[in-house]
Ligand binder design. Structure first.
Ligand code: NAD
Length: 366
């Protein structure tokens, strides 16, 4: 059975991928430093190597022990705001770690790679629907680190015949309805989990006051402030409590309700695309990139309304004046992934995506 190295397999998307790989008959092996991510998210029957991509000897040991047929590379630092303050951390970890991985893959003759890229490689959109032909001009160190890795991959593919698929995710969201896992970043800078934390806290009458928001969320998603870490299951229609502040988001954008519009794609649909990409590696040559998004944009207000419908909780919020640098609308054109990979997202409805995230939030174990 094909052994697949999953770098970053203890993280949000990587841990969902482990379940998808196992269900599809692959044998995943996790390599993760646990700098983020959670050991609890890795099923006990899946081999786990605690190692850092920056430690090339640890990588060599992993490749010596297992005969990998392909690599899925999720491991990265992902916070845009942090990357602006600590660019060295991002170039060292994301670019340096990926270079080690490419070198060791070459050394061991493993030439199949699926890389987790991001819509952040595009930078400020020059059109509303972003396809793969959109110029890559990232506007922060996080996005630049991912674009640098894509360019390294391209060079290795020309020099060594590496076959690689770079999947450019838009805003990953939701949780495996059956997996007992979900989004658990620390700190959490993504909109949906933070709104749901606020909903859960509101249901308990303990909503936190606004403030302390991340300045920019990963991958161009609007940010929201962290909420309480372990909400108890709320009553279905609990009263509102003061509190979800959304400073810096703004409601004066040229969109129907004035708030930013983003494209949310369910994590299980991302995993499905990775399985298709693994198959595609059999027939492709060189490096290819695909956008992964639902193709439908939702505003911040629509996300809050969906969270209220799903949770049954009235979520109190305030939206502060907008900050610089957020695009009004970021929506994927994923027709290439649909046509070439045969990818078709299953979760095409915002309420369904939010419901899976809510179920995780109210029962989360880590
Ligand atoms: N979450 C999103 O919305 C989103 C959107 C676009 C792209 N992406 C990309 O998807 C990938 C996964 O994102 P996520 O949300 O699951 O993040 P995550 O932080 O939950 O997972 C990343 C994992 O990588 C591990 N890691 C980081 N650096 C490492 C290193 N040097 N060596 C070994 N392990 C290391 C962390 O411990 C963590 O378990 C990232 O590459 C990210 O850039 C995510």
């Amino acid at each position: 059975m094909a052994k697949i190295l999953v770098c970053g397999g203890a993280g949000y998307i990587g841990s969902h991928m482990l379940r998808a790989l196992a269900a599809a008959g692959f044998k995943p092996v996790v390599f993760d430093s646990l700098v983020k991510g959670h050991l609890e998210a890795v099923p006990p029957d899946i081999p786990f190597i605690r190692g850092d991509l920056l430690d090339i000897q640890a990588l060599r040991r992993a490749f010596s022990e297992y005969n990998f047929e392909a690599v899925l590379h999720f491991a990265a630092r992902i916070e845009v705001g942090e990357s602006v303050k600590e660019p060295g951390l991002y170039y060292h970890n994301n670019v340096g770690g990926s270079l080690n991985l490419l070198l060791v893959m070459r050394e061991f003759g493993v030439n199949r790679l699926v890389f987790s890229s991001t819509a952040a490689v595009y930078g400020n959109p020059v059109q509303e629907r972003i396809d793969e032909a959109h110029p890559c001009a990232p506007i922060n160190p996080y996005g630049r680190s991912k674009w640098m890795v894509e360019q390294m991959i391209e060079d290795f593919s020309v020099a060594d015949g590496l076959k690689a698929v770079c999947l450019r995710y838009f805003n990953a969201a939701g949780a495996d309805p059956d997996g007992g896992i979900g989004e658990a970043h620390n700190p959490e800078s993504h909109l949906i989990p933070n709104i749901l934390k606020a909903a859960a806290a509101s249901a308990r009458g303990t909503a936190q006051q606004a403030g302390n928001a991340q300045s920019v969320a990963p991958d161009g998603a609007p940010a929201a402030p962290p909420g309480p870490s372990s909400p108890a299951a709320p009553a279905p229609t609990a009263p509102a409590a003061p509190g979800l502040g959304l400073p810096g988001l703004g409601n004066d954008y040229p969109t129907p309700d004035g708030t930013c519009v983003r494209d949310y794609i369910h994590v299980c649909d991302l995993c499905q695309a990775h399985l298709l990409a693994l198959n595609y590696l059999d027939e492709c040559t060189g490096k290819t990139a695909f956008n992964l998004g639902s193709g439908t944009g939702y505003s911040i207000m629509q996300v809050i309304e969906a969270a209220e419908r799903v949770s049954g909780v009235k979520i109190p919020y305030t939206i502060g004046p907008r900050r610089a640098g957020d695009a009004a609308v970021l929506v994927a054109d994923s027709s290439r992934a649909r046509a070439v990979l045969g990818w078709k997202p299953r979760f095409d409805n915002l309420d369904t995506i939010v419901k899976t995230a809510w179920d995780w939030e109210i029962g989360r174990k880590f």
